[in-house]
Design a protein around this ligand. Sequence first.
Ligand code: GN1
Ligand code: MG
Length: 347
Amino acid sequence: MDAVAEAAACFPIQGTIRSIEAFGSGHIHDTYRLTTSEASYLIQRLNTDIFSQPASIFWNQKLLKPLIDQELIVEGLHTIQGEPGLEIDGNLWRVQTFIDQVYGPLKANSEKEVSEVAKGFALFDIACLALNPNQFKEVIPDFHKLSWRLQQFEEALALASEERFEKAVGLIQKVHSHKWIDDQVNDLWERGLPVRVCHNDTKADNVLLKKDNEEFQFVIDLDTVGPGALLYDFGDLMRTMLSATGESEPNADDINLNQTYFHSMAKAYKRVMWESITELEKSSLVFGGIYMTFMMGVRFLTDYLNGDVYYKVSFENENLVRARNQLTLLEELNKKRVPLEKILKEI
Ligand code: GN1
Ligand code: MG
């Protein structure tokens, strides 16, 4: 923890350090809660293998000033030298004040939660409609481009160990039988789907809700904000909120698509967005759930085949379990696509 304290000393934190603990559930960065005699902070060591151009994160975040003014997001602390982050021995650090009495739901627990998370991301997306996507940098190029993810998957397949390949055989077949999803997204782009500034990581726990009444407080994790399609943001909400199970759920039979939750989510998103987006966007949103769920299945399986080099894992075969869960949810979404489209249209 000495490295954390050393980094913290370069930011204007108040008081003397009392404790430093690992915090949160992110798969990529290392996050700590640092408590001093006066206050509490979140301090993060960025994963610069994955975010190899951190300057573009800070560039994009400057463009989000209107969202800070609207109190939708929270601004990080600048270093004593006035920088948004700090490099020490090849590690990049950033700090923000810890927000108390809030939580990020790891899975959906109630209609109210689902509705408030959807409202939070809808307020984020609508505020971003006023921003110009061309001014934003693509922090991870092609981040949500499925054809690229499928190409990475094929590369991983070719290099996978025999043992991992054998364990993944059934899921590999499922991936191969869903390639039509890529054709459908390409069709949408050809038909003129608009590029929007999106959050691009709208999983449920990237919204903070107030502990006492479950109301929306802030959107967090802005690393991947940039050009995208609204179907990405709506789709990742569907992926993470429609089944009351987490990404590493041990029992795939517990994965169920809750249509009441979809109703709550769609209603909250529609209330904020509907007057401001195109008909093509509206018609693409339910497909977004299919698209994002498939892509995450592909990405988790790719990482499993690569030997767990990207996502943090806490037990053996966790990426295989995650991939299985996404591909199970995908089948549920495919089965219910028509009723979900109907709910979205009619509410
Ligand atoms: C990663 O950073 P974190 O854990 O919120 C990933 C997202 C995935 C998500 C799945 C940069 O997000 O794309 O949707 O895991 N972020 C990156 O839980 O790869
Ligand atoms: Mg993230």
